[in-house]
Design a protein around this ligand. Structure first.
Ligand SMILES: Nc1ncnc2c1ncn2[C@@H]1O[C@H](COP(=O)(O)OP(=O)(O)OP(=O)(O)O)[C@@H](O)[C@H]1O
Ligand SMILES: [Mg+2]
Length: 449
């Protein structure tokens, strides 16, 4: 039962509030001053404090301020006899949830308490998820390959061995790289990332090794490179397969000698860096095509990690979906949602060519597009995932298919907004009711009326 602490110096008010609130099933405690209130809160947490503004000794606003400094503070509803705008503003700034004015209306009091309880629950839940997501290296998944991967990280991360992470786009390679660093002996030093595919060829060397002023067009001052930044930490070379042969040879030399020179300089700099590389290319094939140096490949590939595509570990889809649903509900300050088994099953049937990233994007979109829906059902899912086992990367093979998919999505959304009322949805869509019926039939949308 939620507990409420009533703080008022007038005995009659304390007692009558106690009576009303206990009748509603709340657990009620009483305090006659700010000091007594804080004493009680230190001993026993509660969800809501009803706090009189005018109190002898420490007044209500001071008490409010102290309450808000507690760890996981309760929601505070101020009670005022002669409410002025200024006190209201001050109390709101100090974090009060709402106000009640004397004489108290029972109905209003109960409504505000209900709202405050809801706000309190959301606040606690969001704080909990924030804590969880602060660490970027939570790898969700209980499938056999993911368990094996976690175990491999546990064993290999504390060694200093170079790591090469393989896997299709969006499988979680960067996440694995973070996890390796976070579990390594270098965890208190920097994790520095370079995306070798995203940096123009002319700049990659300077990005990695730094440069002297004037060494390149546009190099206005001396610059420290990523190898230097990552000293005593880890350097993540993402998309390493996209590095030019010239850069590859300089990286190779740096790995061999643990030293390098900035572009345009001849003084060599010594570094202690653990390199973690990742690629979605088949590097052995790139070697046979002459695009990747074999000697560099062997230097990088000391400890290989493979992150399997999502379609090969479909057991993880329910867990991941619910994980992202929580993450985005918290991120967008929406109340927590659930997802029906039916919806989860549909997600599990799809082949996810964009892997976990695609799933994450779909869930984020669901949270944004359906602000008031608390149970995500199959009908809320985007059309793409309804196509069982679809394989093309995010595409439709014909314009007709794309249009139908879009139409279906749009009609479902409007039907949902009209609570399934076809007549109403037809009005909104600007169609005859019979026309909408025919469309729904053609698009395979069940008619529920
Ligand atoms: N097992 C997992 N648990 C939780 N989140 C995951 C998991 N795998 C991937 N993600 C999330 O999915 C998104 C894509 O993952 P990530 O960026 O690590 O993939 P990637 O393999 O590096 O992709 P790319 O090859 O496109 O760079 C990220 O937001 C990541 O946090
Ligand atoms: Mg990546």
């Amino acid at each position: 039962m939620p507990s409420i602490l009533v703080v008022d110096d007038e005995r009659d008010i304390r007692e009558s509030l106690r009576g009303v609130l206990e009748d509603e099933g709340y657990t009620v405690a009483l305090a006659e001053s700010g000091e007594a209130c804080l004493d009680q809160l230190r001993k026993r947490a509660c969800e809501i404090v009803l706090l009189d503004i005018w109190l002898p000794g420490m007044d209500g606003l001071d008490t409010l301020e102290r309450i808000r400094q507690l760890e996981d503070p309760p929601e505070v509803v101020m009670i005022s006899g002669h409410g002025t705008i200024e006190t209201a503003v001050r109390a709101t700034k100090l974090g009060a949830f709402d106000f009640l004015e004397k004489p108290l209306s029972i109905d209003k009091t109960l409504i505000i308490i209900k709202n405050a309880l809801e706000a309190h629950r959301l606040r606690l839940e969001n704080a909990e998820f924030k804590k969880q997501f602060q660490s970027k290296s939570v790898i969700v998944g209980e499938s056999i390959p993911m368990k094996a991967l976690r175990q491999q990280i546990g064993v290999m991360a504390p060694t200093n061995g170079r790591v090469l992470i393989y896997g299709e786009s969006g499988t979680g390679k960067e996440l694995v790289a973070h996890a390796i660093h976070a579990n390594s002996l270098r965890k208190d030093n920097l994790f520095v990332e370079v995306n070798c595919a995203a940096i123009p060829e002319d700049w990659i060397e300077s990005e990695l090794f730094g440069h002297r002023k004037g060494a390149l067009p546009g190099a206005a001052g001396d610059k420290e490179g990523k190898f230097e930044k990552a000293n005593e930490g880890s350097l993540f070379l993402d998309e390493v397969g996209d590095m030019s042969l010239k850069t590859q040879s300089k990286v190779l030399r740096t790995l061999d000698e643990q030293r390098f020179t900035r572009v345009g300089d001849d003084e060599s700099i010594k570094v202690d860096v653990r390199v973690i590389a990742a690629t979605n290319k088949d590097l052995e094939e790139e070697i046979s095509r002459g695009n990747f140096r074999e000697d560099l490949f062997y230097r990088l590939n000391v400890i290989p990690f493979y992150v399997p595509p999502l379609r090969e570990r479909k057991e993880d889809i329910p867990l991941l979906s619910r994980h992202f649903l929580k993450e985005f509900s918290a991120a967008y300050s929406r109340r927590p949602r659930e997802m029906t088994d039916d919806a989860i099953e549909t997600l599990s049937r799809y082949s996810w060519p964009g892997n976990v990233r695609e799933l994450r994007n779909v869930i984020e979109r669901l949270v944004i597009m359906n602000p008031t829906v608390h149970r995500i059902e199959r009908k809320h899912l985007p059309p793409l995932v309804h196509r069982e086992g679809g394989r093309t990367a995010g595409g439709f093979s014909t314009l007709h298919q794309a249009r139908s998919a879009y139409e279906r999505d749009y009609i479902l959304k409007k039907l949902d907004e009209s609570h399934g009322n076809v007549t109403r949805a037809a009005e909104v869509l600007g169609l005859e009711r019979s026309h909408l019926y025919r469309k729904m039939k053609a698009l395979g949308i069940a008619v529920k009326e």
